[in-house]
Design a binder for this molecule. Structure first.
Ligand code: CP
Length: 312
């Protein structure tokens, strides 16, 4: 593939190939010397039109560890503020011959649109409510390493599913790998297109968590609830916040995940989030760097193969 826009476009064997390569990068990243020259001489530009800690930092580190020249565009200080459009901004940067563009944007479909205009590989770092493919891939790597497999697991995705690109990408990835997925949320935070997902739906945590192997919590995304239903934090935590009592319904070795950033005491109990026997939240962050290294290497490899095919 030329771009990484979503999990929707990936086949199960492509997901496995990427995770296998990412496993090698986990080992490299744990060495004192973390450097490789896979992207030496190439230019990576990160364009984040929405706030980010994990995704932006890990894409930057991933590029640097692979030897690329990495530039983080400060979008808040860019000419977007003078009225320049997304596409004009992208075309301006495209004229500087980048090899990889990493883009986060608040509008669903914006990254896809941009990818059709530029000459380099584009990686979606999260677009609106649509997709966050590298998040789903890092979640998959975390699950595979912890559970020893990535199929036939019972996985609960809980909370604000309606506004979550993380949930959409995870539902697609975990479904493609033949896991059983349960969504647990208040009816007001379930997406309208739920019937297309092929999942089980619950509005009660105790029932939904019964015997699951993986509990994936989601952030309550107030910034995307424009005027609609906004639950009170106390009521939400009481019914849908993950604490030890609710987790006791899951399998005794169930792992607890959260993509971050998390609201402690809203969707998850702070002590449980820090419990290294159950929570893999920090491991998810570690996997993020490795998965992004693997994703960029595979895109560059594909673009070199295409160029060679054209030349011969
Ligand atoms: N999980 C995630 O995308 O986190 P950031 O918004 O901090 O990048």
């Amino acid at each position: 593939a030329k771009h990484l826009l979503g999990i929707e476009q990936l086949a199960p064997d492509e997901i496995t190939t990427l995770l296998d390569l990412a496993d090698q990068y986990v080992a490299l990243n744990r060495q004192p010397h973390k450097h490789s020259d896979v992207l030496a001489g190439l230019t990576q530009i990160n364009m984040f039109f929405e706030n980010s800690t994990r995704t932006q930092a890990s894409f930057e580190l991933a590029g640097k560890r692979l030897g690329a020249d990495v530039m983080n565009m400060a979008m808040q200080a860019s000419s977007i503020k003078k009225g320049e459009t997304l596409i004009d901004t992208a075309m301006t940067l495209n004229a500087m011959h980048p090899d990889l563009l990493v883009v986060r944007h608040p509008h669903s479909g914006a990254v896809d649109l941009l990818s059709q205009k530029v000459n380099c590989a584009v990686l979606n770092a999260g677009d609106g409510r649509h997709e966050h493919p590298t998040q789903a891939l890092l979640d998959a790597l975390t699950i595979r390493r912890r559970k020893g497999r990535l199929h036939r697991l019972n996985i609960a995705i809980c909370g604000d599913i309606a506004h979550s690109r993380v949930a959409r990408s995870n539902i697609m990835l975990l479904g493609k790998m033949e896991n059983r997925i349960r969504l647990i949320a208040p009816p007001t935070l379930m997406p309208a297109e739920i019937d297309h997902f092929g999942v089980e739906v619950f509005d009660n945590m105790e029932e939904g968590l019964k015997d699951v192997d993986v509990v994936m919590m989601l952030r309550l995304q107030r910034e995307r609830m424009d005027g609609g239903f906004i639950p009170s934090e106390r009521e939400y935590y009481h019914r849908y916040g993950l604490d030890q009592a609710k987790l006791d319904n899951a399998a005794s070795d169930a792992i607890v995940m959260h993509p971050g950033p998390m609201n402690r005491g809203v969707e998850i109990d702070g002590e449980l989030a820090d419990d290294i026997n159950r929570s893999v939240i920090q491991e998810q962050v570690e996997m993020g760097v490795a998965v992004r290294m693997a994703a960029m290497e595979l895109l560059v490899q594909a673009s070199r193969e295409t160029a060679q095919g054209v030349a011969t």
